[in-house]
Design a protein around this ligand. Sequence first.
Ligand SMILES: C[S@@+](CC[C@H](N)C(=O)[O-])C[C@H]1O[C@@H](n2cnc3c(N)ncnc32)[C@H](O)[C@@H]1O
Length: 280
Amino acid sequence: MDDALPKALPPEKSDPSEDWTIVLPRRGKKNRTVNKFVIPKRQMEVQLWAPIDLETDPERESKLKQKMDTCIKKFENSEFYRNLLSQIRNPDIVDKFSKVLGSEEKMQMVVYGIGSIESFEPPRLQLCLAILLQRSFDWIGGIELFDPIISLTESKVLTSLGCTVLSINEQGRRRAVKPTFFFMPHCEAELYDNLLEANWEVDRLNRLVIFGNSFEAYEQHASLCKSSAVTSSRKHVLAIRSFAEELGVDTFSDDSFRAFHGTSWHFFGPSAEADLQIIL
Ligand SMILES: C[S@@+](CC[C@H](N)C(=O)[O-])C[C@H]1O[C@@H](n2cnc3c(N)ncnc32)[C@H](O)[C@@H]1O
């Protein structure tokens, strides 16, 4: 994590006068060079991030790497994974992914909120799925990943598994400048809401796929709880329901249930900006 400057720039520039340029010295270089990146002013809560623990040891890393390798092998042969693969290969869902891809060949995968892969089984199973999907489908590009609780050991293992660990906390506000597959199992509702808000335009919403908590369940919960604080923190999640298609993921074994219960694929299809005015 020494070269922990952003490997991906989250925002797309719109009006440069609204942007802030951040200039950082690179650590560990004798002739100090600078890195510049730009964050739109509207997204100023985006924060630079580095793991809190600055220590790791090779033994701990290799133990976790072995644990992940074993988990991937086991998961690949699980009934849950085989079923999910056939769900994705169903012509109906293939068609939805093709629409999101448009003329692009690949869709970047952004993983938010994976949790601690060292401490808990559900985050490990979720990561196995992200990695196996990326290995199985050539239209899925690289994996970028962020969770503020990731340790340095986890970060190193994630990197060794081919993931790019982001060093800024985007607060879920990545704009889908290109087709993007957001892999967010069991994230907080506010993170989905931030993501939708940052992409609240017809073209952008059509360019993204979310694998995460059921928005239909959020809608049912909102109709029961009627708390204005709850509904206002999820207003984009609730408003998108009119232009969203949701396909649930089946979970039947205990392991897959803990890692994926209540999870759905979400595709969006507003056809005109006017459709999105309901939120204003
Ligand atoms: C409810 S936990 C789910 C963890 C894991 N996916 C699971 O199912 O056990 C939500 C996760 O979102 C992470 N999170 C919170 N804010 C985040 C942010 N701004 N970007 C990415 N992840 C975030 C938390 O640290 C936490 O690990």
